[in-house]
Design a protein around this ligand. Structure first.
Ligand code: PRT
Ligand code: ZN
Length: 225
């Protein structure tokens, strides 16, 4: 395949999805020579290039057709989809596989001392989150008039800092919430890592390669069950 026809896959450069994605690629036989800090890594045995980026950029790269495939958390994917929908931008993509890593939940959590009966208790309150579109959708569905306050980091300290009354953040073990005097109340979204494909036509060679990779992924997942 020519340079242009090499399959481009976006993966998180470092972080919670990085190990799972790289390990899966290795398990399905993609051999890489990755040198630290390089944006692009070329596979040595298949016509595949890896684009190593921040996870936040992956949905957009796939939806804009800049890359062919991407490994991403469903939370980030759904948030970016809602954001694009609100902006009237296109958000076409196809989920190829739900994967067995990156599991977490997006939950509402409140300070220990707060009286919380149901999500209705948040009426008129401010809720800090990195996922304002997912949170606002949930508030709309629940008929709650609360305000999502966007924070890109340190969400769990927002109530103590007086920036918000409650938070909506990703949880896996719950240790971070506990350490910050917060109690998990309602799960608004459950997430795992997924492999997604861009919309639009795929040249034959690339589609065959994608099909081959998917068959191998299914084989690896079955063997691990
Ligand atoms: O640098 P870059 O932008 O690429 O990375 P990032 O810091 O934005 O993301 P990263 O690596 O933290 O998370 C990437 C993805 O991993 C998320 O979008 C989720 O799909 C998934 N994931 C799974 C998690 C967690 N588990 C998780 N526990 N993402 C974040 N957390 C954080 C959470 O925000 C909180 O701060 O871990 C803390 C809670 O963990 P517990 O175990 O204390 O509950
Ligand atoms: Zn990120």
């Amino acid at each position: 395949m020519t340079e242009r026809n090499r399959l481009r896959i976006a993966v998180q450069k470092s972080g919670r999805l990085c190990e799972g994605s790289m390990e899966l690629l290795k398990a399905i036989g993609v051999k890489l020579s990755i040198r630290d800090r390089l944006l692009i890594a070329h596979a040595t045995n298949l016509p595949i290039d890896l684009l190593r980026v921040r996870d936040d950029d992956i949905p957009g790269l796939v939806m804009d057709g800049v890359v062919d495939l991407g490994f991403i958390g469903e939370n980030e994917l759904e948030e970016k989809m809602l954001e694009r929908q609100a902006q009237g931008k296109q958000f076409q993509y196809k989920t190829l596989e739900r994967l067995e890593f990156g599991g977490c939940r997006l939950s509402l959590a409140v300070p220990n001392e707060m009286d919380y009966q149901s999500v209705q208790s948040l009426q008129g309150k401010k809720v800090a989150t990195t996922y304002p579109f997912l949170l606002e959708r949930f508030f709309r569905e629940q008929n709650v008039n609360a305000k999502a306050v966007m924070l890109n980091g340190s969400v769990e300290v927002a109530p103590r800092a007086g920036l918000a009354d409650a938070i909506c953040d990703l949880v896996s073990t719950g240790a971070t919430l506990e350490a910050n005097g917060l109690v998990e109340k309602d799960v608004i979204f459950r997430s795992k890592a997924v492999l997604i494909q861009r919309g639009g036509e795929m040249p034959d060679g690339k589609q065959q390669l994608i099909d081959k990779l998917l068959t191998r992924i299914n084989g690896v997942m079955q063997a691990r069950e």
